[in-house]
Design a protein around this ligand. Structure first.
Ligand SMILES: [Zn+2]
Length: 219
């Protein structure tokens, strides 16, 4: 049997032994209660950790990471229902107030869908089925619409966020919570190289950098 990765073990020991009194108290409290106000649905991509992007402390975010951050229309991922189960838990059990769909630059999942490269998915039928659900995004991102591949890809990544937001509303318990004013849905896109977040304007659907703000108070 292979050894547990040394770098992970070393990292954990640093974390475990480096906690100050405040952190120890935080974890002791978290052991009793989980009450995140926000669910983030992001991509599995190792470069885009929601906790890092949003500077969140342990316990603050309920995070679901799936390829391309995709929420398929209700019933479409009936293979396993993992996304639906996480949504039900977040909304019905944890009563989160916000759901943020987080897309990102150079998303390989969106790239595979755009390129429709059979070689990329020949040996990966689950991946092929998953990215196939992005077909409406691919169709909306017509090749003639934008001059460069990079722009086309970015639009597709942002459209994938829009698509997931639309599909979230196909779950009745989410739609009901929204209509009651108990839940709001948000879209964002993270530029990896620039470490910058663009936020979707719910009125126009456009993504743009948020205005600068004073740093949040220390937690
Ligand atoms: Zn991705």
């Amino acid at each position: 049997m292979s050894a547990f990765p040394k770098s992970l073990l070393a990292g954990h020991l640093l974390f475990r032994d480096g906690c100050d009194a405040g952190e120890r108290a935080r974890y002791a409290a978290l052991a009793q209660r989980a009450a995140p106000e926000t669910m983030v649905i992001g991509c599995c991509d190792a470069r885009v950790s929601p906790e890092v992007v949003f500077g969140a402390a342990p316990g603050e975010l309920f995070v679901l990471r799936v390829i391309a951050g995709l929420v398929a229309p209700r019933g479409a991922d009936a293979d396993d229902g993992a996304v639906a189960a996480a949504l039900e838990y977040a909304v019905l059990q944890l009563s989160v107030r916000h759901i943020v769909v987080l897309g990102h630059s150079f998303c390989a999942g969106v790239g595979v869908a755009l390129e429709a490269d059979p070689a990329a998915t020949a040996a990966a039928p689950h991946l092929a089925r998953w990215v196939e659900m992005l077909r409406p995004v691919v169709q909306a991102t017509a090749a003639s619409e934008t001059p460069s591949l990079e722009e086309r890809r970015q639009r597709a990544e942002q459209r994938a966020v829009e698509y997931s937001l639309e599909n979230l509303q196909s779950f009745p318990f989410i739609d009901d919570a929204r209509k009651r004013g108990d839940l709001s849905l948000h879209g964002a896109w993270f530029d990896i190289g620039g470490r910058a977040l663009q936020i979707r304007n719910p009125q126009t659907g456009a993504f743009s950098n948020p205005p600068p703000q004073h740093p949040a108070p220390p937690r």
